[in-house]
Design a protein around this ligand. Structure first.
Ligand code: NAP
Length: 555
C-alpha cells in the first residue's frame, strides 16, 4: 500500500479448466471492463502477476471519464498532486503537471502517457462494449459477450466503470422533435461543438453545469440556464505551475503518498481537530475565511466535520457561503434564486467554480428557475416551460448520472443460477465493501456502492486502494490453489448494516442528490458511498485479508 511496489510475486497464468471452454473463445485469467483511471492500473497490476488479462472499453481510446466528459470547462476539483498514480516512481518523476487543477485535456494526456509508458494498449480492446456476463458454475468462469459479437471467457472480472459513467437523460416530452443540437455533457462530441454566436440552453447546475456555464457564457449569443436546484460552490484558485512549483511538489511526494491513506477523504490536508462549538465564533469565522481563500475544497473536506451531522454547525457554515455568493451577484432577486436554502453546505457534492456566479451578471445570461416555471416539454425550436417557449440552437443536458449502479446494470450480469444483477438491484442494491457481491463469484467491482468512492473520497486514492486489494486477493487465490471467492450473505448484511448505521447519522442521507440515488426516479433511497472514511474502509479491507478473507467463501 506504500507506493512503488505491490510486493507481489510473479505467478504463472491461472490454469483454467479449458475442457469446458468452447473453441472459438479466448481463455483469460481476467477481463477488466473499462480503460480509465482504474482499469489502466488494474491491468498493470494483474499483468505484474503474470496473468492473461484483457481490458475492454466502448471508447476508442483510454481515459474513461476523461475520454467521455470532454465538454467545455471540464476539469478536476482535486489538485493534480493527489490526482495521480503512486505505483511508479519513474512516472512521478517524469510527468510534469501544468496547473493545480488539470483540465480534461491535461488529465486525458496523462492517462494516455501512462498507457504508452507501460505499454498497456496491447491488452486493451477499444470500441467494444461488454453487453453481458454469465457465470458458469461448473467451469468456474465467466463468459462475456460484446456488441461486436466477440466473446471472452475469464476466471475473473474486474469492473472499472467509474462511479459516474451512465448518463442520466431525463425523459423530457418532445425530446426527439428538437431540430437543433441536443447533447449530454458525458457524451460530448470528440470533434468538439462550436457554440460561438449560438442560443444555448443548459439544463442542470451540478458540478458539470457550473463548469459549462462559466466556460461558454463569454462566447455564446445567449445562454439560458435551467436550474431546478441552486448549488453552493467555492471559487477555484488555479495557478499554473512552473519548474520550481513542480520541484517543491515532488519534494513533498513522500509525505503526500503517506498522507492520503490516513486522510478521511483521501486528500492530503487534515481537517480541523477541535469541535465546532469549542472554537469561539470569531475564530470560527477566521478559520472559514482562511479555508475559503485557499481556492480549494478545504472548507468542505478539511473544515469542521460537524457540517455533516450537526444542523446548527451546518447552518452557520452554510450562511457563511450564502453571504459569499450573494456578494457576487448584482441583482439581489437573482442572487436569492442562485443561493441554496433547502440543504446545508457540503451535504451534496460541492463544486469549485471559476466565474460561475459572475456569469449571471452578463447581459446574455438568463436564469430560468424551474421550481417556479417547470419544463413542460422540448419543442422543435427550444424548451417550453410553464412561462412560455425559449428558442434555442443547442440544448446541453448537464443532468448527471445514474451513479454507482448505472454502469453495472447496463450490463446483463448473470451470477449463480442465472440470477440477474439488474433485477436483484431493483429490489435492493447490495455489495460487500463495494468490492464483491454475494451470488456473483469472482466478480470484483470498483467504484461500486458502499465503498467511499468519489462521493466521499478523492477518486484516485480510493480507486488505487481497491485495485491493490483486488490484486492481492487474486494472488492469494492462486497461491492457495483456490478458484473462486464470493462474500457470504451474512458478511454482506453486516457491511450494509454498518454502512446504514453511519449513513443515517448524517445530514447527507437526508439531502436529495445522486449521493442518495434520489436523482433517479424509482431508485432506492440510500447513501451510495461509505461514509466511515478512507482509513476505516482500508482497515476493514485489510482485516478481511489478514483473516484469510473472513466473510468470504473461498473454494
Ligand atoms: P449532478 O450533480 O447530478 O447534477 C445534475 C443537475 O441536473 C442538477 O442540477 C439536477 O437538478 C439537474 N437535473 C437532473 N434532472 C433534471 C430534470 N429532469 N430537470 C431539470 N434539471 C434536472 O450531475 P453533474 O453535475 O454531472 O455532476 C455529477 C458528479 O460528477 C459531481 O457531483 C462530481 O462528483 C462529478 N463531477 C466532478 C467534476 C469536477 O471534479 N470538477 C465536474 C463534473 C462532475 P436537481 O439538483 O434538482 O436534481
Amino acid at each position: 500500500m506504500r507506493g512503488a511496489s505491490l510486493g507481489v510475486t510473479l505467478i504463472n497464468a491461472l490454469e483454467l479448466p479449458l475442457d469446458n471452454l468452447t473453441a472459438h473463445t479466448q481463455p483469460l485469467d481476467a477481463v477488466i471492463i473499462g480503460a480509465g483511471f482504474t482499469g489502466l492500473y488494474q491491468l498493470w497490476s494483474l499483468r505484474k502477476l503474470g496473468l492473461r488479462v484483457q481490458v475492454v472499453d466502448a471508447a476508442s481510446n483510454v481515459g474513461g471519464t476523461w475520454y467521455w466528459n470532454c465538454y467545455p470547462g471540464a476539469r478536476t476539483d482535486s489538485p493534480s498532486h493527489i490526482y495521480q498514480y503512486w505505483f511508479s516512481d519513474e512516472l512521478l518523476d517524469e510527468w510534469d503537471w501544468q496547473q493545480r487543477y488539470p483540465d480534461q485535456a491535461e488529465t486525458e494526456r496523462y492517462l494516455n502517457y501512462v498507457a504508452d509508458r507501460f505499454d498497456l494498449r496491447k491488452d486493451i480492446r477499444f470500441n467494444t462494449r461488454v453487453d453481458g456476463a454469465t457465470w458458469d458454475d461448473s467451469a468456474h468462469c465467466w463468459t462475456l459477450t460484446t456488441n461486436t459479437g466477440e466473446t471472452f471467457q475469464s476466471r475473473f472480472i474486474v469492473t472499472a466503470l467509474g462511479p459516474l459513467s451512465a448518463p442520466l437523460v431525463p425523459p423530457f416530452k418532445g425530446h426527439e422533435t428538437f431540430t437543433g443540437r441536443l447533447v449530454h455533457t458525458a457524451r460530448w462530441p470528440r470533434e468538439g461543438l462550436d457554440l460561438k454566436g449560438k442560443r444555448v440552453g443548459v439544463i442542470g447546475t451540478g458540478a458539470t453545469g457550473i463548469q459549462v456555464v462559466q466556460t461558454i457564457a463569454p462566447e455564446v449569443a445567449s445562454l439560458t440556464v435551467f436550474q431546478r436546484s441552486p448549488n453552493y460552490a467555492v471559487p477555484m484558485g488555479n495557478p499554473r505551475y512552473n519548474d520550481a512549483d513542480r520541484a517543491a511538489m515532488r519534494a513533498r511526494y513522500p509525505h503526500t503518498r503517506e498522507a492520503i491513506w490516513t486522510n478521511f477523504v483521501g486528500f492530503d490536508q487534515p481537517g480541523q481537530t477541535r469541535a465546532f462549538f469549542d472554537v469561539p465564533p470569531a475564530e470560527r469565522r477566521e478559520i472559514m475565511e482562511t479555508l475559503w481563500a485557499d481556492g480549494s475544497l478545504k472548507l468542505w473536506v478539511s473544515g469542521f466535520m460537524e457540517i455533516f451531522f450537526d444542523p446548527a454547525a451546518s447552518e452557520e457554515v452554510s450562511a457563511f457561503v450564502r453571504e459569499k455568493i450573494r456578494a457576487r451577484i448584482n441583482d439581489p432577486i437573482l442572487a436569492e434564486k442562485l443561493i441554496p436554502q433547502d440543504h446545508g453546505f457540503g451535504t451534496k457534492r460541492v463544486p469549485l467554480e471559476n466565474g460561475y456566479f459572475d456569469a449571471f451578471n452578463q447581459p446574455n445570461v438568463e436564469l430560468v428557475d424551474l421550481r417556479a416555471t417547470p419544463i413542460e416539454c422540448i419543442t422543435p425550436n427550444g424548451i417550453r416551460t410553464t412561462a412560455g417557449e425559449i428558442a434555442l440552437d443547442v440544448i446541453i443536458l448537464a443532468t448527471g448520472f445514474d451513479a454507482g449502479t448505472g454502469g453495472l446494470t447496463a450490463i446483463d450480469i448473470r451470477g449463480r443460477n442465472g440470477v440477474s444483477l439488474r433485477e436483484e438491484w431493483k429490489k435492493e442494491v447490495r455489495t460487500t465493501m463495494g468490492l464483491q457481491i454475494h451470488g456473483y463469484p469472482n466478480l470484483f467491482t470498483t467504484s461500486a456502492p458502499y465503498a467511499p468512492i468519489a462521493a466521499f473520497c478523492n477518486a484516485p486514492s480510493c480507486l488505487q486502494h481497491q485495485v491493490q486489494w483486488i490484486t492481492e486477493c487474486i494472488e492469494y487465490l492462486h497461491t492457495h490453489g483456490r478458484t473462486t471467492i464470493e462474500p457470504t450473505p451474512d458478511a454482506e448484511q453486516r457491511w450494509l448494516a454498518h454502512h446504514d448505521e453511519l449513513a443515517n447519522q448524517t445530514l447527507i442521507a437526508k439531502t436529495k442528490s445522486w449521493y442518495t440515488g434520489s436523482n433517479i426516479e424509482g431508485k432506492q433511497n440510500r447513501l451510495l458511498s461509505y461514509i466511515g472514511g478512507l482509513p476505516a474502509y482500508m482497515a476493514a479491507c485489510a482485516e478481511v485479508k489478514q483473516q484469510d478473507y473472513a466473510g468470504f467463501e473461498v473454494v
